[in-house]
Ligand binder design. Structure first.
Ligand SMILES: Cc1ncc(COP(=O)(O)O)c(C=O)c1O
Length: 376
C-alpha cells in the first residue's frame, strides 16, 4: 500500500473507532419534504430548503427558462467574461430586500465568507468570532492572517472583555456571528452586539444563511452575508453592504475574482424564490410555526428558528436514534463532532413549509417513544 493510502486508511480507522466516520448515502429529494432512500420514501427533517422552494414549479420554470436562453455555465470569472444581467438583477433585488446600497453574489456561501473576511482583515487586525460560528467563518479568518479569537457563544460579556483587552493593539477589528446558528437554532443578540461594536469601532459580519426569509431580520449589520442555497432553494452566496464595500470586494475578494461566475439558472431561480419570499408571508412564517408546534409537543423550550437540536451527547447515541427514526419513515440526520463540540452530538431537526402538521406530530410521537427526557 502506498504511504498516501496508508495515511488515508489509518485516519479512516480512527474515525470509525470514534463513530465519527461520515458516508454519503444515495438519496433523491422530491416535493412535500420527501426523500427516497433504498426504495423507501422518507419525510425529510434534514434539509435547509425551509420554504420548499427548490421544488417549487415557479422557481424551476425560472431556472429552466434562464438555462434555455443563456446555457448552463458562466464560462469564466465575471471580471473576465463580462457581467451577466441575471446576476446584476439578482444583486439589485438582494440589496433591495436587505435595504443596503449594493450586493455581490459569490459561487457559494462558503466562498463568500472566505473572500469577505480575508479581503477586509489581514495581518495586524483582530477577528472575534462566536465559538459556535460556521466553519467558513473560521476558514475566512485563518486565511486573512489576522489574529483570531473566539468568544463564548452569544456571550456579550466575554466579547466585551476581549475587545477591551485586544482591540487597542489591532488596526482594524471584525466580529463574526450568525443571525440563526446552524446547529443550535438560536439567534445572536445582534442589537446589543452592534452597540458594542460601534463603541470599539469593530465591523460586524452577520451570516444570515439560516435566517433569510424565515425569521424577522431585527438589527442589521454593515456586512450581511448569506446563501442562495437554503431558503432560496438555489445555489450561490451573497454579501449585502455599502457600495464602497462591494466595490472593494469586487477587486479584492479572491474567492470572487479568481473563480467562475454563478450559472445564470441559479441566479434566476434565486430571484424567483425571493419574489415568493416577499409576496407569500404565510409560507415564510410556516417553518417557525411548525418548529414551535414540535417544541410545544415535546415540552422543549420554544423554538427560535426552524432548527431544533436534540442534544444526546455521544455520537453512537445520535446515530442509533437517527437510524431508529429512519426505520419509522423519518430522515433526521445525526450531527457529530467536529461539526458540533465533543459530547454534544445531536439530532438536528429542520422544519420546512413543505411538511404537514401530521408529519411533524408523527416525528414528535416517535421521539417521545424512542428518546424520552429530551433536551435541546
Ligand atoms: C451558517 C452557514 N454559513 C455558510 C454556509 C455555507 O453556505 P453554502 O452552502 O452556500 O456554501 C452554511 C451552510 O452550508 C451555513 O450553515
Amino acid at each position: 500500500m502506498s504511504s498516501l493510502d496508508a495515511f488515508a486508511c489509518d485516519a479512516l480507522a480512527k474515525l470509525d473507532a470514534a463513530s465519527l466516520r461520515r458516508r454519503l448515502v444515495s438519496t433523491e429529494r422530491g416535493p412535500e419534504a420527501r426523500a427516497a432512500r433504498d426504495g423507501r420514501s422518507l419525510v425529510s427533517f434534514s434539509c435547509n430548503d425551509y420554504l420548499g422552494l427548490s421544488q417549487d414549479l415557479r422557481v424551476i420554470a425560472a431556472a429552466n427558462a434562464a438555462q434555455t436562453r443563456w446555457g448552463t455555465g458562466a464560462g469564466a470569472s465575471r471580471l473576465v467574461t463580462g457581467n451577466h444581467p441575471a446576476l446584476v438583477a439578482l444583486e439589485e433585488r438582494l440589496a433591495a430586500h436587505k435595504g443596503t446600497e449594493a450586493a455581490l453574489v459569490f459561487g457559494s456561501g462558503y466562498l463568500a465568507n472566505l473572500g469577505i473576511v480575508s479581503a477586509l482583515a489581514g495581518t495586524g487586525d483582530l477577528i472575534l468570532v462566536d465559538a459556535l460560528g460556521h466553519s467558513c467563518l473560521f476558514s475566512g479568518g485563518r486565511l486573512s492572517g489576522a489574529e483570531m479569537l473566539r468568544f463564548r457563544h452569544n456571550d456579550l460579556g466575554h466579547l466585551e472583555t476581549l475587545l477591551a483587552k485586544h482591540r487597542g493593539k489591532a488596526q482594524r477589528a471584525m466580529i463574526l456571528t450568525e443571525r440563526v446558528f446552524s446547529m443550535d437554532g438560536d439567534r445572536a443578540p445582534l442589537a446589543e452586539m452592534m452597540a458594542l461594536a460601534e463603541k470599539h469601532d469593530a465591523w460586524v459580519l452577520v451570516d444570515d444563511a439560516h435566517g433569510l426569509g424565515v425569521v424577522e431580520t431585527g438589527a442589521q449589520a454593515p456586512l450581511e452575508m448569506g446563501t442562495l442555497s437554503k431558503t432560496l432553494g438555489a445555489y450561490g452566496g451573497y454579501l449585502c453592504a455599502s457600495q464602497a464595500v462591494i466595490d472593494l470586494l469586487t477587486n479584492r475578494a479572491r474567492s470572487f475574482v479568481y473563480t467562475t461566475g454563478l450559472p445564470p439558472a441559479s441566479a434566476a431561480a434565486a430571484l424567483a424564490a425571493l419574489d415568493i419570499v416577499e409576496t407569500e408571508p404565510e409560507r415564510a412564517a410556516r417553518p417557525l410555526a411548525l418548529a414551535r408546534r414540535f417544541t410545544a409537543r415535546l415540552g422543549l423550550p420554544q423554538a427560535q428558528s426552524p432548527i431544533v437540536p436534540i442534544v444526546v451527547g455521544e455520537a453512537e447515541t445520535a446515530l442509533a436514534l437517527s437510524k431508529a427514526l429512519e426505520a419509522r419513515g423519518f430522515l433526521v440526520v445525526a450531527i457529530r463532532p467536529p461539526t458540533v463540540p465533543a459530547g454534544t452530538a445531536r439530532l438536528r431537526v429542520a422544519f420546512s413549509a413543505a411538511q404537514s402538521e401530521a408529519q411533524v406530530d408523527g416525528l414528535a410521537e416517535a421521539l417521545l417513544e424512542l428518546h424520552p427526557g429530551m433536551t435541546t
